[in-house]
Design a protein around this ligand. Structure first.
Ligand code: FAD
Ligand code: DHB
Length: 391
């Protein structure tokens, strides 16, 4: 079997890349180790940049998104008894959209089911071979049988724990990493969101985030220690802790209810360079991870796919290799800006257990500066709504 582009991973990056390439007449096959049901239920991101929405729209998978999303023109920061609203629309000229990643996943899966894309679910022991040959190969096992697929290119869209990045020899890849001394405990519930916009809270007990999926479904996050056990967090304990961290009026108005989902995610900044090795291209979480504070992970994955699909289409349409050659550098320039922003937002809003009194004062001063400076708010807004893609 020979296909043009083999895609490892059917998360948002893999499925979106398959969608764009298939629309351009490029034959793809996607290999995914999980079941479709598992993917449909995976709760993760919720905030989309306008550039992400526009791209999903261009490739015909945004009809439901546009009907059901909530558009937010501002975002709030709460600290030291104060609340500052960042006017995203007024300062950066753009709003953001709230629409769950699980919904994007379903929309992409439905579009592929309709188009007959080859998606091989429950592919086990996926391995990559001959990456510097003209015809690389992907091997996998399914139902006890080993299969091999030859292709022109491989797109590694298999997330942080995938096999694609691992297939690159250590001596040609550099990694840059920061692991944070805390995690996020997330809770999803069918309750009315506490505010009509997101609230990022810096509280002495730790960071909290109030976000949502719809007008009747809330998503809350709490900063917890990196070693926290989810079993120790009953719904009651979560709501009690959240109330302690929220501004008083928000705590009073908080509607609580049973959780639909609860999970703990560690926080990490990570970049692997370069994003290309021979005929393998990395995209999305396979190449980089951001701490979730700036809501950049999914948006970055989509931006990578925009660059990669453009490069592969130019190759197949006119034999151009300049864009595939430039893929890594072009992507990384934007990735690093999003890394910087996510790291900065994390530093601004979280309580670091090891912070010295000096560092705590400096953090408080930065929040106070943000409160009083339109320039500082503009910097936040411009990054939060998403930086433009280079041409
Ligand atoms: P993934 O979604 O990880 O998909 C990779 C796929 O590859 C998976 O389906 C996996 O099963 C498959 N796979 C892995 N290994 C193999 C293998 N060996 N063989 C075959 N298949 C394999 N981002 C935002 O932009 N906004 C937010 O608001 C936001 N909030 C977040 C909140 C939390 C709590 C978390 C954890 C993340 C958040 N993110 C957010 C990040 C976002 O969810 C990720 O960046 C996004 O899922 C990346 O997509 P991806 O397709 O690159 O990787
Ligand atoms: C969501 C997650 C984030 O990390 C963020 O910064 C904003 C929103 C969310 O899950 O909705």
């Amino acid at each position: 079997m020979h296909i043009q582009v083999a895609i490892i991973g059917a998360g948002p990056a893999g499925l979106l890349l398959a969608r764009v390439l298939e629309l351009a007449g490029i034959e793809t096959a996607v290999l995914e180790r999980r079941t479709p049901d598992y993917l449909r239920q995976r709760i993760r991101a919720g905030l989309l940049e306008q550039g992400t929405v526009d791209f999903l729209s261009e490739v015909g998978v945004a009809a439901r998104l546009k009907r059901e999303r909530l558009i937010h023109q501002g975002v709030k920061l709460a600290f030291g008894g104060k609340r500052v609203r960042i006017d995203l629309e007024g300062l950066a000229g753009r709003a953001v959209s709230i629409y769950g990643q699980a919904e994007i996943q379903k929309d992409l899966m439905d579009a592929h089911a309709g188009a007959g894309t080859t998606i091989i679910y429950e592919a086990q022991d996926v391995s990559l071979h001959g990456l510097t040959d003209s015809t690389p190969r992907v091997r996998y096992r399914q139902n006890g049988l080993t299969h091999e697929m030859a292709c022109d290119f491989i797109a590694g869209c298999d997330g942080f724990h995938g096999v694609s990045r691992q297939a690159i020899p250590q001596e040609v890849i550099s990694t840059y990493e920061r692991v944070y001394p805390f995690a996020w405990l997330g809770l999803l519930s069918d309750t009315r969101p506490v505010n009509d916009e997101l609230i990022y809270v810096n509280h002495e007990r730790g960071f909290a985030l109030c976000t949502m999926r719809s007008r009747t479904r809330s998503r809350y996050y709490l900063q917890v220690s990196a070693h926290e056990d989810i079993e120790d967090w009953s719904d009651d304990r979560f709501w009690t802790e959240l109330k302690r961290r929220l501004p008083r009026d928000a705590a009073r108005g908080l509607e609580t209810g049973p959780s639909i989902e609860k999970s703990i995610a560690p926080l990490r900044s990570f970049v692997a360079e370069p994003l290309r090795y021979g005929r393998l291209f990395l995209a999305g979480d396979a190449a980089h991870i951001v701490p979730p504070t700036g809501a950049k992970g999914l948006n970055l994955a989509v931006a990578d796919v925009r660059y990669l699909s453009r490069a592969l289409i130019a190759y197949y349409r006119s034999g151009r290799t300049d864009l595939t050659d430039a893929y890594s550098e072009t992507c990384l320039a934007r990735v690093w800006k999003a890394q910087r922003f996510s790291w900065w937002m994390t530093n601004l809003t979280h309580r670091f257990p090891e912070a010295s009194p000096f560092e705590r004062r400096a953090q408080a001063a930065e929040l106070a500066y943000l409160e009083g400076s339109r320039a500082a708010q503009t910097v936040l807004a411009e990054n939060y709504v998403g930086l433009p893609l280079s041409e």
